[in-house]
Design a protein around this ligand. Sequence first.
Ligand code: TIU
Length: 228
Amino acid sequence: MAIPAEPYAFELNPAAAALLIIDMQRDFLEPGGFGAMLGNDVGLLRRAVAPNQRLLAAWRAAGLAVIHTREGHRPDLADLPPAKLARGGGPTRIGDAGPMGRILVRGEAGHDIIPELRPLPGEPVIDKPGKGAFFATDLHAILRNRGIAQLVVTGVTTEVCVNTTVREANDRGYDCLVVADCCASYFPEFHEMGLRMIQAQGGIFGWVAPSEAVIAGLPASGLSKGAA
Ligand code: TIU
């Protein structure tokens, strides 16, 4: 199935593709979390919620693999680099108490994925301490065990965790299609440039397409369990 994309059509192989939704967590998309702590207007990220809901519904209906990620740290912060703790400049830091619990800490309300995109049983959730979803996680093993070679990537933020993950994936041999309207940034110009960086130079890191093109390119009926 050829999906119209930049810089050229993406040949989707549904049995070998996963939807990878990056860090659609309350800590980034709701007031009082990590994103707000860094001085950002979290409302700018909300524009990606409805497109992700539509794509996720279509992707699930087609019976294809879904994987979610969350950025965060152990409650004892043992996996938090001192430099990451120190950066940000504000009075509140990772691990401090906020309105949604301790900021960017696993198990807290703010660390969870927003209710609009709640994972279903059987959809792996990758907890990652860094920006890239491959660093210090079992994502690569999970993908290989499932025969996944293509990643359709969405989430936040475009130039930080989405870009870092796509670059990591590209170096590991995965073909990545980034869904433009399903990503967002606190900086609209970084969103635009983040997408351009992926598709430039003949698709140096991958492809970019709108969600409606991806949805139109999905198989009409669900894959059978044995198809992969
Ligand atoms: N600050 C920012 O733009 N992003 C992050 O800190 N993490 C993710 O992008 N998930």
